[in-house]
Design a protein around this ligand. Structure first.
Ligand code: NAI
Length: 476
């Protein structure tokens, strides 16, 4: 078995944490029981590109339990938990000497070049075939396939010198090499893919852009917009893991501080609530009048970053946008202000601009925590080099919330793999019935007792007794 992880000796620790996580992931474990016998994913070859954490290990082993073959890479250079990666490679029945699990290509602290190499390894199957399903978080595996196909179709091999980001330069180098080896590689791989299930807001945004441009090559299920994903993982997950990341990185007291949250979508709502829960004075910035009004109604001051940047102790970006925190903002911040991003990509804080400030010094405090000292002596503390801090500085969302997200992933994989002909190229969400099912799978663990509609009440509301209860337009 080919794989590349930090250290297989960590597998035993990883297995122990996976065992504890399984108990906290009732949705995934129920899906194992429900589908193990029928093996709906038999024949599926799934390439996953999603943070290689303990929770993801439970997802991977659920996919395998349902019949799939799987290869995996992480979707961020800092988010891998090395013990989880090791345990997945070793597998429940293997040993470090004789690994029998799933090929994983991921370790904490990859370079950008290594990151794209890992993504490529997950997409290239040893028998020469590619995957027939993608499971993506942020869309990087999907992007690589599309860029490869585009190159092979046009015959224009990208030039790394023309790339306007380190990621694009690394992709260009990878594609150059691949074109020299096999000028049809990505076309062949794409031709075998039945579809992709996408985990996050930013990846879904990319899919919609490709669908609108007519360049999307295969159907996609938007897992993010299952209610039991975005209204739980993005909100309650970040409510937990934002604070975890700040604490592990800095251990600074949050109470009494002025914290700015940029973006009041699902992620921003969870972040603002968490910071307020710690006693911070929270200020929100928004571009969308609806979200700005929501923040105001929730009791937050809403203003521009320009207005508060000189007083802020903590600035968190949660927008999925670019250049939200500029070099000008960074240079005007208080001494030792903490700056972090919890959005998917590292575009929200202008890190390249910061590094280019004449005379600036980067002082690494510990992995994923850097003090950037300006020539005048004042500094800012930047978490995870501007990449998502909850996975870079801490361990991401806890198992219970990820059980919701990943139950949607499993159902989406089954749906697309088994009913590919029902999904022409486009972007879809799972039916509400399945969304409600995911929620149901998590009620018992929390001691929730649901009220059942009487037939008379159901007729009055015009919904079936056992759901679905809301129209698709309902916003929760
Ligand atoms: P969303 O679309 O619900 O919220 C983003 C908000 O930011 C929107 O309300 C938008 O109006 C606002 N915004 C956009 N540009 C802005 C700007 N320049 N200044 C201020 N506000 C601005 O998206 P969601 O679901 O909250 O996700 C946000 C990001 O977080 C995405 O990149 C997503 O992929 C990522 N994400 C990260 C997670 C993590 O664990 N770190 C978990 C889930 C999502």
């Amino acid at each position: 078995m080919d794989y590349k992880v930090a250290d297989l000796a960590l597998a035993e620790f990883g297995r122990k944490e996976i065992r504890l996580a399984e108990h906290e992931m009732p949705g995934l474990m129920a899906l194992r029981r429900q589908y193990r016998e029928s093996q709906p994913l038999a024949g599926a070859r799934i390439t996953g590109s999603l943070h290689m954490t303990v929770q993801t290990a439970v997802l991977i082993e659920t996919l395998v339990d349902l019949g799939a073959q799987v290869r995996w890479a992480s979707c961020n250079i800092f988010s891998t938990q090395d013990h989880a990666a090791a345990a997945v490679v070793v597998g429940p029945d293997g040993t470090p000497d004789q690994p029998r699990g799933v090929p994983v290509f991921a370790w904490k602290g990859e370079t950008i070049e290594e990151y794209w190499w890992c993504t490529e390894q997950a997409l290239r199957w040893p028998d020469g075939d590619g995957p027939n399903m993608l499971l993506d978080d942020g869309g990087d595996a999907t992007l690589l396939v599309h860029k490869g196909v585009d190159m092979e179709k046009t015959g224009v091999v990208p030039d790394p010198d023309d790339a306007d980001s380190p990621d694009l330069a690394a992709i260009s180098r990878l594609l150059r090499r691949s074109y020299a080896e096999d000028p049809r590689r990505w076309t062949t791989i794409a031709g075998g893919i039945r579809g992709v299930t996408e985990e996050t807001t930013t990846g879904v945004h990319r899919l919609h852009q490709m669908a609108a441009a007519g360049t999307l090559l295969f159907p996609a299920i938007n897992v993010n917009d299952s209610v039991t994903k975005s209204k739980f993982d993005n909100k309650y997950g970040c409510r937990h893991s934002l604070i975890d990341g700040i604490n592990r990185a800095t251990d600074v007291l949050i109470g009494g501080k002025l914290a700015v949250v940029c973006g009041y979508g699902d992620v921003g709502k969870g972040c603002a609530q968490a910071l307020r829960g710690q006693g911070a004075r929270v200020v929100v910035t928004e571009i969308d009048p609806i979200c700005a009004l929501q923040a105001a109604m929730d009791g937050y001051q809403v203003t521009t970053l320009d207005d508060v940047v000189t007083q802020a102790d903590i600035v968190i970006t949660a927008t999925g946008c670019v250049n939200v925190v500029t070099v000008d903002h960074l240079s005007r911040m208080k001494h030792q202000a903490i700056v972090g991003n919890i959005g998917h990509f590292d575009h929200e804080i202008d890190m390249a601009g910061l590094a280019a400030v004449p005379g600036i010094r980067r002082v690494p405090i510990k992995p994923q925590v850097d003090e950037w000292v300006f020539p005048d002596g004042h500094s800012v503390i930047v978490l995870s080099e501007g990449r998502l801090l909850n996975l870079g500085n801490a361990t991401g969302h806890p198992s219970f919330v990820m059980s919701n997200s990943f139950s949607n992933q499993v159902l989406a994989q089954i749906e697309l793999f088994t009913k590919a002909s029902e999904y022409p190229v486009g972007v879809y969400t799972l039916p509400k019935k399945l969304d409600e099912m995911v929620a149901r799978l998590h009620l018992d663990a929390l001691g929730v007792k649901l009220t059942t509609l009487t037939p008379q009440q159901a007729a009055y509301l015009g919904v079936p007794v056992d759901g679905p209860y809301k129209p698709d337009s309902y916003r929760y």
